[in-house]
Design a protein around this ligand. Structure first.
Ligand code: AP5
Ligand code: MG
Length: 371
């Protein structure tokens, strides 16, 4: 597979030039059938739609007129939410059958602005045709008449779509490299997940997400989430799944440009693991491997008691609470070993030794997995 690099990110082929042609041809023929002899005015939304529009119009074998508007809502890889009209409509559209040609509809902010532009223009009809549509990102209820290809909520580029101004010239569409290294760092309380994550995230350029750290951050900032989680955490109980799953998903969403995620302390129940698989699949992603740090309970309790002297963590302070975390682990988290073994993704690493030794063991395992 031909991986390309744009700026510092790796992208892999996603929609071939042939498929793009087929889509353009199909949409053109659908629109033509619906317009049934009337002469449409195609309004192309710049910049992204220029290639799609060129192919679409080439396949539109009937009379038509073409005009352009230019909108802007992206900066880098993020939709800014604010849509600016940079080049406005310069033709009289009254009584016309207008068909808007868009490259991609995600949140729907640009679409809303387009509807607003045509609201009082007395057009005979207004249709929207988009090459790509991201149903998971769409926040509006505005009608979209023609969709070329629905896609997961992932960043794509090429064939008119850019990343930071680049890649519009590519004849096919690429997506962020899905051979992403998404790793679950698994292990009992005190096994060294946080300690090792600090090294691994830099070594493999991963976004480290620790649900425990996120809860503690929310607790120290007295957020609603923090208040909700605190009582569970202080007792050494798990926080309810719904809360944890949602927080995790939001954290992943915040990093659309990630080359991979290092999940620490998540998933911790079968329900969380299933939710994670489903959520990642919706984004065209998956867990590459679960790497478990194995260590004996007694060693871990000692480590945690020791850390409790300086960590300030309420759940580190007394042995009853610490032991309750192991009970929770055995009951709810340990079954995940089988869950990942069945998927052939479970790798175990000896968690006893110096921190450097264990980093080396983990790196060797990850290198083998990455191939
Ligand atoms: P969380 O923060 O994830 O705690 P945990 O799983 O109990 O693990 P720790 O963070 O205590 O240990 P660690 O494996 O990161 O080890 P560390 O590197 O710090 O979760 C806390 C709570 O939040 C949960 O109990 C629950 O209530 C809630 N929660 C979190 N996620 C949840 C979820 N998904 N669902 C529901 N609830 C959730 O190392 C430990 C100590 O050992 C450190 O002092 C370290 O310096 C030392 N150490 C590390 N490696 C070595 C070594 N090789 N040799 C000697 N010492 C070492
Ligand atoms: Mg930790």
């Amino acid at each position: 597979m031909e991986i390309i690099k744009i700026r510092d990110k790796a992208f892999e082929p996603y929609v071939t030039a042939d498929e793009l042609q087929e889509i353009a041809e199909r949409l053109a023929s659908e629109v033509r059938t619906d317009l049934d002899g009337r002469v449409p005015l195609f309004v192309v939304v710049l910049n992204g739609a220029f290639m799609f529009a060129a192919d679409f119009i080439r396949h539109y074998n009937a009379d038509c007129e073409i005009s352009f508007v230019k909108m802007s809502s992206y900066q880098g890889m993020h939709s800014t939410g604010k849509v600016k009209q940079l080049i406005g409509l310069d033709v009289d559209v009254e009584g016309r059958d207008v068909v808007i040609l868009e490259d991609i509809i995600d949140t729907g902010n640009t679409l809303e602005e387009l509807y607003r532009i045509f609201e009082d223009k007395k057009v005979a009809s207004l249709r929207i045709a988009t090459l790509f549509f991201k149903p998971d990102a769409y926040k509006k209820t505005l009608k979209i008449d023609y969709v070329g290809k629905p896609i997961p909520n992932r960043f794509i580029l090429g064939y008119g779509l850019d990343f930071d101004g680049l890649a519009r010239n590519l004849p096919q569409v690429y997506q962020l490299n899905t051979s992403m290294t998404n790793i679950v760092l698994f292990g009992k309380p005190g096994a060294g997940k946080g300690t090792q994550a600090a090294f691994l995230k830099d070594k493999y350029n991963l976004v480290h997400i620790s649900t425990g750290d996120l809860f503690r951050y929310n607790i120290s900032n007295a957020t609603k989430l923090g208040k909700l989680a605190q009582s569970y955490i202080d007792r050494g109980d798990l926080v309810p799944d719904e809360v944890t799953i949602q927080m995790l998903q939001e954290e992943v969403e915040k990093n659309p440009e990630a080359e991979g995620f290092l999940f620490d302390g998540f998933p911790r129940t079968i329900a969380q693991a299933e939710a994670l698989d489903a959520f990642l699949e919706g984004k065209g992603m998956s867990i590459r491997a679960t790497v478990a740090l194995e260590a004996d309970d007694e060693v871990l309790v000692k480590r945690i008691v020791e850390r409790g002297k300086v960590s300030g963590r309420a759940d580190d302070q007394d042995e009853t609470k610490i032991r309750n975390r192991f009970v929770e682990y055995n009951e709810k988290t340990a079954p995940l070993m089988d869950y990942y073994k069945k998927q052939g993704k479970y790798h175990s690493v000896d968690g006893i030794g110096t921190i450097e030794e264990i980093t080396k063991r983990l790196s060797d395992t990850i290198d083998t997995i990455k191939g």
